[in-house]
Ligand binder design. Structure first.
Ligand code: UDP
Ligand code: MG
Length: 311
């Protein structure tokens, strides 16, 4: 049995050695051979040098370095493509994904009915309140309107069988939203909960706005509900305008006085104009996705990689 550990790294020179030692310790307790695939996602610090050194010293450490920062999604995808293991796990390098959980995860995945052991944070301590609030909202919305169930607090950290990884690789879309894809491919996933941890070194590269736009991507990639919302909005405003028309015609016929007032007219024009712009915006979001998808650009470009035969 062979386990591939995929680790995306973006400016993580301090965290990598700590992470590596920690996982090496845990490895002793696992009856599998472990190989590492570090993805250097266009770091601007010494991450690459650290990885080169590590790979030179340890035959089971592989790395792959991008030509620029392509984002964590691209790094995960590259890692999954490179991984050869019978079991594959995806871990953050900052030790927010506790390596000791691997032991429990490994035991659980021995069950033939389980294809994936995933993890979720039971708490969000140490995270800004506003961020937790929006995260909760996101999961509520996506689970109500999306095609793929996403568990609140679920991490990307998970142990998967070869079969499931192959299924994930069959999803070749350009706009990758891993949380959705993991769930979309199906298979039996069980969750292990753990308390949130703080980063060991370095700092998070996700600003609030980056997360916000990431969540919009998630919505657009896994739901057509915003499009339906636009159509429903159109229908509702059309029907109410019909009712208003009838009301005005009848009132004029009965009372004979002309409808007064441009304020109401302005309000109506603004309302209708607003609805139109909103709907065009929503449609635009989807067209933008189609545009990117049809360009069929690669998800990432590799500048350099360790050329060892991976086992
Ligand atoms: N990461 C990456 N590319 C990016 C941003 C992040 O490969 O553009 C990696 C990062 O090095 C880390 C993991 O993704 O291993 C999670 O990132 P981070 O800890 O910043 O996110 P958070 O835990 O705050 O959600
Ligand atoms: Mg982190």
């Amino acid at each position: 049995m062979n386990l591939s550990v995929i680790v995306p790294c973006f400016n993580e020179e301090d965290a990598i050695p700590i992470f590596f030692d920690e996982v090496e310790n845990i490895k002793e307790q696992l009856p599998v051979s472990v190989d590492y695939i570090f993805i250097n996602d266009g770091s601007t610090d010494n991450t690459l040098t650290v990885l080169q050194q590590l790979s030179k010293e340890n035959s089971h450490v592989h790395y792959c370095s991008f030509s620029r920062n392509f984002g964590k999604e691209a790094a995960l995808y590259a890692g999954l493509l490179k991984a050869k293991g019978d079991l594959v796990t995806v871990m953050d390098v900052d030790l927010q994904d506790p390596p000791e959980l691997l032991i429990e995860m490994y035991e659980k995945i021995q069950d033939k009915n389980i294809d994936c052991v995933a993890t979720r944070r039971s708490t969000r301590t140490g995270e800004p309140k506003i961020r937790s609030f929006f995260a909760r909202m996101f999961y509520k919305i996506i689970n109500r309107i999306g095609h793929a169930e996403m568990i609140d607090g679920a991490r990307d950290f998970r142990l998967m069988t070869r079969q499931m990884v192959d299924a994930i690789l069959e999803v070749t879309e350009y706009n990758r939203f891993s949380k959705g894809i993991f769930s979309w491919v199906g298979f039996n996933t069980i969750y292990i909960s753990y308390e949130n941890r703080e980063r060991v070194a370095g700092e998070t590269s996700w600003s609030f706005w980056k997360l916000f736009s990431y969540s919009i991507d998630g919505l657009v990639n896994f739901s057509e509900a915003p499009l339906n919302f636009a159509s429903v909005l159109g229908a509702v405003s059309f029907i109410s305008s019909l009712v208003a028309f009838l009301f005005i015609i009848i009132r004029t016929l009965v009372f004979g006085d002309p409808t007064s007032g441009w304020p109401s007219l302005v309000a109506i024009i603004l309302a209708v104009g607003g609805i139109q712009l909103l709907s065009i915006g929503i449609i635009g979001k989807y067209i933008a996705k189609i545009f990117l998808e049809t360009k069929r650009r690669p998800n990432f470009i590799i500048r350099e990689e360790s050329n060892k035969k991976s086992s």
